[in-house]
Design a protein around this ligand. Structure first.
Ligand code: A2P
Length: 335
């Protein structure tokens, strides 16, 4: 067998897991053996890697012996249940769930921003929430240039963030609408086709949702800005795979729109699409399938002297999940 690493993908039948397989191929990650895992329901079924079928295995300690890196995107409860066992079996885990992100012993990584944090870990490295990743990409160069003092962020999140069932629900409701049939909400709390749902995940007592608090806490951890004030609103929209975020950021040192354009254009993993005269700005459909995040609508905030408003879009399944996870694995390879 060719040289390379033994890789496990847990949640290989899911939206993020399937994209992880594709990105490992695309980025030519040195995989000599691929082991795929999902729920008991899928054991014995196959997924495809490099054009070959890979049979889904049952999750048990012996199945992880010899694995170098395990990508896990099977949900938080599953991460908590399986990952200590996978680490014990000798693998390093890259976790896409919310299970360990705020654990001080677990690095929370966006490789363009805080690669240094990958040096210290105890076997688990966490990939941030998809909306957080797309939001922090442009915040980092602003923070470095002018010290952020406040962030207001409103997200427009694709159904892919809710996995394969979220994607299927938007498709089914759209088809039902076209046929003149009733649209049934099974996965989301309300109809998602032709609608917006201004709440993702459960509400806390203060009126913020769990998804909103991920954006607050993870942004602070990644930027190493523990007291940064962040005002979040997260909204589910009838878009298949890209998340968009409207951001207003205030900085200690004023950053003009022109300077922000320069900073964004030079930051790795960010692309500038900001030409109002040509109606050129990032949109979910245009960004789908790309690994970078795209920024546009850059303008100085009319309501605050040091405020800057902009719009950033990233493919939720790629930079928001699988691409970021594979980039973390690439960091491990380098070290
Ligand atoms: P399965 O397809 O067998 O249900 P998504 O986020 O797109 O919904 O995907 C979730 C992924 O997590 C799927 O691969 C799913 O497998 C997997 N999964 C769900 N529950 C479990 C479980 N209890 N153990 C292992 N994998 C699970």
């Amino acid at each position: 067998m060719a040289s390379g690493l033994s890789i496990a993908v847990v949640g290989a039948t899911g939206a993020a897991g399937q994209t992880t397989l594709r990105i490992l191929e695309e980025r030519k990650f040195p995989v000599c053996e691929l082991r795929a895992f999902a729920s008991e329901r899928s054991v014995g079924k196959t997924v495809t890697f490099r054009g070959e079928p890979v049979t889904i295995r049952a999750i048990e300690p012996a199945a992880f012996r010899g694995v170098d890196i395990a990508f896990c995107s099977a949900g938080s409860a599953q991460s908590k249940e399986y990952e200590p066992m996978i680490v014990k079996a000798g693998a390093t885990v890259i976790d896409k769930s919310n299970a360990f992100r705020m654990d001080p012993d677990v690095p929370l990584l966006v490789p363009e921003i805080n690669a240094h944090a990958a040096r210290r870990h105890h076997g688990i490295l966490a990939c941030p929430n998809c909306t957080t990743i797309v939001t922090v990409m442009p915040l980092k160069p602003l923070h470095d240039a002018g010290r952020l003092t406040r962030v207001i962020a409103t997200s427009f999140q694709a159904v892919s963030g809710a996995g394969v069932h979220g994607i299927a629900e938007l498709r089914e409701q759209t088809l039902a609408w076209a046929r003149g049939e009733a649209m049934v909400a099974r996965h989301f709390p309300h109809q998602i086709a032709f609608n917006l749902v201004p709440a993702i995940d459960r509400f806390g007592p203060d009126g913020y949702t769990a998804e909103e608090m991920k954006l607050v806490n993870e942004t602070r951890k990644i930027l190493e800005a523990p007291g940064l004030p962040v005002a979040p609103t997260t909204v589910r929209v009838p878009v298949f795979t890209s998340h968009s975020i409207s951001v207003t950021a205030e900085t200690e040192v004023k950053i003009t729109a022109g300077r922000a354009r320069d900073l964004f254009a030079r930051f790795p993993g960010l692309k500038l699409w900001d030409d109002p005269a040509q109606h050129r700005y990032p949109m979910p459909i245009a960004v789908e399938g790309q690994d970078d995040c795209f920024v546009g609508r850059i303008r100085e905030d009319l309501s605050s002297p040091n405020g800057l408003s902009f719009w950033v879009v990233g493919d939720q399944l790629r930079k928001g999940a699988a691409t970021n996870a594979v980039q973390i694995a690439e960091l491990l390879l380098k070290s």
